[in-house]
Design a protein around this ligand. Structure first.
Ligand code: CS2
Ligand code: MN
Length: 356
């Protein structure tokens, strides 16, 4: 296990590499070329510049989150092969710069969905939250506007204004795309990129859908154990693996996360570990990483990762906004640093007690 932190790049992040380096036990960042649009080729020069900046700060790039997938690939449009060719070129460029882990998602139109980006908790901290009735009551356009407005001036990952300004057209693209078709398009994409992943030893790590059910009538396919295992079997190559995101899978309390982890031995390439609290069947909010602050057993989750021999990067995921910090919602420094320390502590205890 390698503890990392997500970092969006100097122009986009309120957190600096120097700060990340000072979090005990964090040795790498998970980063991206945040200014690129889905479908573009990432140039070797840009990747190298990013790598050199990270290395100059005494850290390494432990993986990319995300190389986003163009909607044409997801819906299977006529031009998808051109976009897949571009994706392949990006993978080659990343591989030749020594980057061997790529996280991505296959969610239609939107990345994760939340109804609130700053719900106040009794202790004065704020967290991202999801309320189904609130989501049911608004149109997707309004959702985009509210996310954009409450993001403290940051662009939230997967919510790029340029792509989403035409939400209606994006929705139209998915008119005839049901779960089965989306799944087939994902397999088509993976089958085309696997030879390059084999050549450069790149692990692809699909991020689960968040929340783990259909939103706004759009299909969602990476929502639970059965569907994940179906994907692993359909493209049965070890480079086709998962980002085990506890917060996303855990949005559905029926998902038994330690059990999912154990069923994915050898295929978990990256882990996002965070906690959330269920308030009602209709409502959840994100919590501190600590087990007792939320509804998940973080010990059981890390123990399962330990038991399957997980050796990839792990990162705390969305943190609370605490101590007056102003940052991209979910991505401040303080609470994620606390999360990293807590997860490192759990891991040390598991490691030592397993060897005793
Ligand atoms: C989210 C996503 O839960 C998360 O990690 O912040 O934006 C995630 O980065 C993407 O879905 C991965 O492609
Ligand atoms: Mn995640």
């Amino acid at each position: 296990m390698e503890m990392t932190l997500r970092w969006f790049g100097t122009p986009y992040d309120s957190v600096t590499l120097e700060q990340i380096r000072q979090i005990p036990g964090v040795s790498g960042v998970i980063t991206t070329l945040y200014g690129t649009k889905p479908g573009e080729v990432w140039s070797i020069e840009d990747i190298r510049a990013l790598r050199e900046e990270v290395e100059a700060a005494g850290l390494k790039i432990s993986g990319i989150e995300s190389v986003n997938i163009h909607d044409s690939i997801k819906v299977g449009d006529d031009d998808r092969d051109e976009y897949i060719d571009n994706y392949i070129q990006t993978l080659k460029n990343l591989g030749s710069e020594g980057i061997k882990l790529v996280c991505y998602n296959f969610m239609p139109v939107f990345d994760w969905t939340r109804s609130e980006l700053a719900r106040m908790r009794p202790d004065g901290t704020t967290v991202l939250a999801y309320n189904q009735s609130a989501v049911d009551a608004i149109r997707p356009e309004a959702m985009f506007e509210s996310v954009d407005k409450s993001a403290n001036g940051y662009i939230m990952p997967g919510w790029e204004p340029e792509r989403l300004k035409d939400v209606a057209r994006l929705f139209e693209m998915y008119n005839n795309v049901d779960e089965e078709k989306l799944f087939r398009n994902l397999c088509y994409f993976l089958n085309r990129i696997m030879p390059v992943c084999d050549e450069y030893d790149i692990d692809m790590a699909i991020h689960p859908d968040d929340p783990a059910w259909p939103v706004f009538g759009l299909p969602r396919i990476i929502t639970g154990k059965e569907k994940i295992l179906r994907l692993m079997a359909a493209v049965d190559n070890p480079h086709n693996g998962m980002t085990l995101c506890t917060g996303s899978l855990g949005s559905n309390p029926k998902n038994d996360i330690p059990d999912i982890i154990r069923s994915l031995k050898g295929r978990v390439h990256f882990a996002h570990v965070r906690n959330l609290r269920y308030n009602s069947p209709d409502d959840f909010e994100e919590a501190a990483h600590l087990s007792r602050d939320g509804s998940m057993d973080m010990y059981a989750i890390l123990k399962a990762l330990y038991d399957i021999g997980f050796s990839g990067p792990i990162r705390p995921d969305h943190g609370r906004m605490i101590w007056g910090e102003s940052a991209m919602p979910g991505y401040g420094l303080y609470d994620r640093a606390l999360g990293a320390c807590y997860l490192n502590g759990l891991w040390e205890a598991i490691e030592k007690s397993s060897q005793a």
